[in-house]
Design a binder for this molecule. Structure first.
Ligand SMILES: Cc1cc2nc3c(=O)[nH]c(=O)nc-3n(C[C@H](O)[C@H](O)[C@H](O)COP(=O)(O)O)c2cc1C
Length: 167
């Protein structure tokens, strides 16, 4: 898990503080924004320890009813889906304690994400072209030409990466 805690940078201390505040009858809710379930699992773990309520950012919640609001959201291309809307649903920001934590993959830059996404799109497009070629051409010609990509990879690796041909 990477990311930032706006109010407190030590998750252990934050966890203890939230537990203390729950015991003092302050209402705490943990809101998560998660597409594939990772941020949700962190939210569930924290809610289990703190004994607080937990909601998805897609649920309709009256956030004004809570004293402490923790948002745990996944990072998607540098943004945190659901965070902006959740914050805009809190009308009394000054009197709330708000913690924001993000979940993401460390070490992958925006530039890398751009090329990963472009690579995915190119791969998808190549499959569509392959199926179209099979549809309009003879499989006995299309398939061997497609397999030439293996030979091209070997040549490119030899020329640009100085790799040796292996058997
Ligand atoms: C399209 C896409 C974009 C992503 N962008 C980022 C990013 O900018 N920074 C980052 O740290 N992680 C990024 N991730 C990784 C996710 O944040 C990470 O897999 C996270 O655990 C997903 O959380 P979730 O399972 O709760 O949806 C991206 C993942 C995908 C699929």
């Amino acid at each position: 898990m990477t990311g930032g805690l706006l109010m407190n940078r030590n998750p252990r201390t934050e966890n203890t503080r939230i537990t203390d505040e729950v015991q003092r009858n302050m209402r705490t809710v943990i809101v998560y924004g998660s597409q594939y379930g990772t941020a949700k699992r962190y939210a569930e773990a924290l809610a289990g320890r703190a004994g607080s309520e937990i909601r998805s950012h897609e649920d309709s919640i009256n956030l004004d009813a809570y004293d402490n609001i923790v948002y745990i959201g996944a990072l998607y291309t540098g943004g945190v889906p659901g965070l902006k809307k959740t914050l805009s649903d809190i009308h009394d920001l000054q009197n709330k304690k708000i913690v924001i934590a993000t979940v993401g993959l460390a070490g992958i830059s925006r530039r890398s994400w751009l090329f990963l996404i472009l690579s995915g799109l190119a791969t998808g497009a190549s499959w569509l072209c392959y199926y179209k070629a099979l549809q309009i051409g003879e499989a006995s010609k299309v398939v061997p030409i497609d397999k030439l990509s293996v030979v091209i990879t070997l040549v490119l690796a030899f020329v640009f990466l100085n790799e040796e041909f292996t058997t």
